[in-house]
Design a protein around this ligand. Structure first.
Ligand SMILES: Cc1ncc(COP(=O)(O)O)c(C=O)c1O
Length: 403
């Protein structure tokens, strides 16, 4: 059980908007006070660069930045030198796709699915096109990735398997452990987008034996502009950097440069220092409340909303199976943007659109959908307002259009 009232008090946004009913944490979550405090402290009382100056202030800044790396490593059970700070999941996947260019050849196969967020689809499409490799899509089963269908596309030609922990539209879980085991049997490298699970499901990179993972700070109650790319050290040692500049280089000679060891060779230029320190604050919050407690709470709320709406006329739910924390639906005959705007008038915030996932929309035969997501600050009262507002929206449009 979590103390929602206490948690809510730790998110200053509620002091300005006490009646907001926020159901869009899966896009970007509210920022926790510890994140704001950590960033304010660095920005107010330090503000110097990392890994450069030899004076005390710079040493303090470096210490905090590197401490954030240790916090991330502990959070996902990685070694510190396996944690690369990026701007976001999108940045991590783009960097990685560029870096892997010299390991992919003509006719190699890259396995992917229609469930990927564009940030974990487009970089791999570009890589496949550039190298003459083939993208193979895992056939879906009721919107889910199953081992049965994964086995159909996996082959000795598979070089990369691109997947995710949890889909950002339907919320379904990928059978990762077995997919990774099978992929390694054909020596394929597995790259996982953990953006949707990182804030409520334990990621243990060692237990998973996963090769690369990416996620973003802003979905963890942390800042924008900071993300993480995890990579197994032995893979990072053989991976070329894709961005070049200050502090990633070891020696610059007329004959060419040599690079630092991982993770530094992947962090060219001045990094997002305040944001990394803020991410540390977010991790403290998540550890304090406990991921499993947050997950339990969100699932309880999702079930509550689902049970209240599942038999309502005129509402199509796209992810009926109740093992997810997302509730994705449309009101029949009503554009999702109209639904979201109508709900906004009741101070209910939901996400409407294609969710940067046009292939999943096509799979669902929709242009867009409404997505409700939950956080540890959401209450049953929030859910009641949401449920009633959705019904009112439907009733309004039915009366307007005679639907
Ligand atoms: C599953 C998934 N992957 C990737 C992203 C992209 O994250 P970012 O915009 O932080 O790069 C998102 C964001 O919505 C997501 O849900």
């Amino acid at each position: 059980m979590i103390d929602v009232k206490k948690i809510r008090a730790q998110f200053p946004v509620y002091s300005k908007y006490p009646d907001t009913r926020f159901f869009d944490s899966a896009a970007s979550a509210f920022k926790h006070q510890s994140v704001i405090d950590a960033m304010m402290d660095y920005l107010s009382f330090n503000g110097t660069n990392v890994h450069r100056g030899v004076y005390q202030l710079a040493a303090e800044s470096t210490e905090k930045y590197e401490h954030a790396r240790i916090d991330v490593a502990n959070f996902i059970n990685a070694n510190t030198d396996e944690v690369i700070f990026t701007k976001s999941t999108t940045h991590a996947m783009n960097m990685l796709a560029h870096s892997l260019e010299d390991q992919i050849s003509f006719n190699d196969e890259i396995i992917i699915s229609e469930l990927e967020h564009h940030s974990n689809l487009l970089p791999w499409e570009r890589l496949a096109k550039t190298k003459g490799a083939h993208l193979k899509f895992i056939p879906l089963e009721n919107g889910k990735i199953t081992l049965k269908h994964f086995k159909k596309v996996l082959s000795p030609k598979t070089k990369l398997v691109i997947t995710h922990t949890v889909s950002n539209v339907l919320g379904y879980q990928t059978p990762l452990i077995d997919m990774i085991k099978l992929s390694h049997m054909v020596n394929a490298v597995v790259i996982v987008d953990a953006a949707q699970s990182i804030s409520h499901q334990k990621l243990d990179v060692k237990a998973l034996d996963v090769d690369y993972v990416a996620f973003s700070g802003h979905k963890m109650y942390g800042p924008n502009g900071i993300g993480v790319l995890y990579g197994k050290k032995m893979l990072l040692d053989h991976l070329s950097p894709s961005e070049f500049g200050g502090e990633m280089v070891d020696k610059v000679l007329l004959s060419g440069p040599t690079y630092k060891e991982a993770p530094y060779k992947f962090e060219a230029g001045t990094p997002a220092i305040a944001e990394a320190i803020g991410l540390s604050g977010a991790i403290s919050f998540l550890n304090e409340v406990g991921l499993e407690n947050i997950y339990k709470h969100e699932k309880k709320l999702r079930k509550y909303v689902y049970e209240a709406l599942k038999d309502e006329m005129g509402i199509t739910i796209f992810n009926k199976d109740n093992n997810t924390t997302l509730f994705t639906f449309n009101i029949d005959g009503v554009h999702p943007h109209d639904t979201a705007s109508f709900l906004d008038q009741k101070e209910v915030c939901v996400r409407a659109g294609h969710h940067c996932n046009q292939l999943t929309m096509k799979y669902l035969n929709q242009d867009s959908t409404v997505r409700v997501s939950f956080g540890p600050y959401n209450t049953l009262d929030d859910c009641n307002v949401l449920i009633e507002s959705i019904k009112e929206t439907r009733d309004f449009f039915v009366s307007l259009k005679g639907l």
